[in-house]
Design a protein around this ligand. Structure first.
Ligand code: CUA
Length: 307
């Protein structure tokens, strides 16, 4: 639909530009011609006559131009939201502050959406908290994602590649970080991706990949050391952590696990309870990988038992 949307937008721009230029130059010209002290004729002989034609002209022409906008715009709008039959359905859940996608075969991903080239894809969307909006500028599609109500959107990707995905509705502090990408793959590559496994990765590698996939790095590897939003995870494992309630806790596997699933349970001193819960999003295998990765961030984890 991108070309159609662009043509319509170009028409709007063209009409607006011509109108703006015409009106602005008329203002400037008339202001100059009839400036105070000029010798211009201020009482035309034909005043009161022959203006009907002019009136009708400047009513009919803009009406015609804007009815084109209306008709054309409505046609494009209806096609944009007329869901095609047989589209591949992807479930989308928006939440503060991430996008969760689930493919027809059950495969889930976060902040990334892999789709096959040339096939209509329908997004069935709902929000878990506040109003978000899915926006893929390259596809010229955008729609609100609402709590308690399903909305949908469709597109057919026509070129392989990676495209930005944004949240286009201000949804809280980290709205600007609620972004991701749409990865368009050749159909065969998409099938391979669907069938992909992590068998060739060590738990630490898989955990690192999961860490990126879950966007942990946006906070926990933040490049603002003076103003970190979250505690650094370097050397956390095996250390004593001071908590906001004044107690101390040993950062062991159970602590890491609890802090991922129920971040509010133990808040590190000096930080806010800003992290979303990952409960229900990480399977047991994934959790093992993630904890293995976090452990690997400690140079010499004291008291840890090596597997
Ligand atoms: Cu979600 Cu902005």
């Amino acid at each position: 639909m991108a070309a159609e949307v662009d043509h319509l937008l170009f028409y709007l721009l063209l009409v607006s530009s011509v109108m703006t230029l015409g009106i602005a130059s008329a203002i400037v010209f008339l202001a100059f011609k009839y400036r105070r002290g000029s010798k211009a004729e201020r009482h035309s002989a034909g005043h009161g006559h022959g203006t009907m034609l002019l009136e009708v002209t400047w009513i009919v022409i803009p009406l015609f131009l804007s009815m084109i906008m209306f008709g054309w715009g409505a046609a494009v709008f209806f096609r944009l939201f007329d869901m095609p039959d047989g589209a591949m359905e992807v479930h989308v859940v928006g939440k503060q502050w991430m996008w969760k996608f689930q493919h027809p075969d059950g495969r889930r991903e976060i902040n990334e959406l892999h789709v096959p080239l040339g096939q209509p894809v329908r997004l069935n969307m709902i929000s878990q908290d506040v109003i978000h909006a899915v926006y893929v500028p390259a596809f010229r599609v955008k729609h609100d994602v609402l709590p308690g109500r399903y909305t949908s959107l469709w597109f057919t990707a026509t070129q392989a590649g990676e495209y930005h995905l944004f949240c286009a509705e201000y949804c809280g502090t980290q709205h600007s970080l609620m972004k991701g990408k749409v990865v368009v793959l050749e159909p065969a590559e998409y099938q391979a991706w669907l069938a992909g496994t992590k068998l060739n990765q060590t738990p630490v590698q898989a955990g690192a990949a999961l860490f990126d996939e879950l966007r942990c790095a946006t906070c926990h590897r933040a490049a603002e050391p003076n103003r970190p939003r979250c505690p650094s995870l370097e050397d956390v494992f095996g250390s004593q952590v001071d908590l906001a309630d004044g107690t101390r806790v040993l950062a062991d596997e159970a602590y890491l696990r609890e802090s991922i699933l129920r971040p509010a349970a133990k808040i590190v001193k000096g930080y806010q309870a800003a992290m979303p819960s990952f409960e229900g999003q990480i399977g047991e295998e994934g959790m093992n990988d993630l904890v293995a990765y976090l452990k690997s961030l400690s140079a010499q984890p004291p008291g840890s038992s090596q597997p």
